[in-house]
Design a binder for this molecule. Structure first.
Ligand code: CAA
Length: 259
């Protein structure tokens, strides 16, 4: 007897049709590109911004011009629990459910540890790590009720390898790994997968702000000899959304810089 493994058919054109996604920090960089990629694949996307309405309007405009999925912007500071609660409530009221959460919002406040202030430490931990607690806390009950959810957090190569001047950022990005694996265990039998993507050095404003010689030195060490593109991080996110049997994982998108 032959065993046939049937692969569920997915619509190859709009595989995320009917799905509602939240992307935090969608006004620029990697978050903006993830929002566009999800919309192009048919999702209804809610992108959050903190203080930059003009940038997120641009993201919405691109999506509208392309005639891709629906895009809606909501202001939310992920480090403030009231904001993420309001965000989730508004999304459910407007679109009926939340299927996908992309925890992307993140900041840097680079300084050697000797000089780093408690404020710089707290600011980065509050946004990058507690922000993920807040946003996930706000959506998890909806996902549990519907027995479906995709939670994907954007980490960084810096959480894997460390980086000079980034003890706060590295700690926050390493912390996401423990969060991801633990929540993956708690929700694996409930239709929810929890994964992470670890970008290397990607061509965004955040990386462009690095001292030129530091950046050049890093690029020279990348086996692919270039910065990554935000859309290349979005490719990994799309994969994780559709990968039903993958949970508790972190995919590196770094041109081979850290293996
Ligand atoms: N490697 C080795 N030594 C370095 C160094 C580096 N990358 N950067 C600075 N130093 C040295 C300095 O030359 C100086 O040495 P001396 O005391 O012998 O002169 C010493 O360290 C202290 O330097 P500073 O007083 O300038 O240190 P600072 O506390 O002001 O911090 C810095 C400087 C913020 C670390 C700055 O060098 C910097 O911005 N570096 C880049 C940090 C970085 O990689 N950021 C990544 C941003 S992108 C991102 O985070 C996205 C992602 O996920 C990948």
């Amino acid at each position: 007897m032959t065993t046939v493994f049937e692969v569920e058919k997915v619509n190859p054109l709009k595989p995320l049709e009917g799905k509602v996604a939240i992307v935090t920090g969608a006004s620029r960089g990697i978050g903006a590109e993830i929002a566009k990629a999800l919309a192009r694949n048919g999702a209804t996307v809610v992108g959050t911004y903190n203080s930059n309405p003009a940038s997120i309007e641009e993201v919405g405009k691109v999506i509208a011009e392309e005639g891709a999925g629906t895009f809606h912007a909501i202001q939310a500071d992920v480090s403030v629990a009231e904001d993420t609660e309001r965000l989730a409530t508004e999304v459910v009221e407007k679109f009926g459910k939340i299927d996908i959460l992309i925890n992307n919002a993140g900041i840097t406040k680079d300084r050697t540890f000797r000089k780093m202030t408690k404020e710089e430490w707290d600011a980065v931990i509050n946004v990058n790590l507690s922000g993920i607690f807040n946003a996930t806390k706000a959506v998890i009950n909806h996902m549990l009720e519907q027995q479906y959810g995709r939670i994907i957090s954007i980490r960084s190569i810096v959480g894997q390898a460390g980086a000079f001047g980034q003890t706060n950022y590295a700690a926050s990005k390493a912390g996401i790994l423990g969060f991801t694996k633990s929540l993956a265990l708690e929700t694996a039998s409930k239709g929810i997968t929890v994964n992470a993507v670890c970008p290397g050095y990607i061509g965004t404003e955040m990386v462009a702000a690095m001292p030129e010689e530091v950046l050049q030195n890093i690029v020279s060490q990348v086996p692919m000899k270039r910065l990554g593109k935000p859309s290349e991080v979005a490719q990994a996110v799309l994969y994780l959304i559709q990968a039903d049997f993958v949970t508790g994982q972190a995919i590196s998108v770094n041109g081979g810089l850290y293996m």
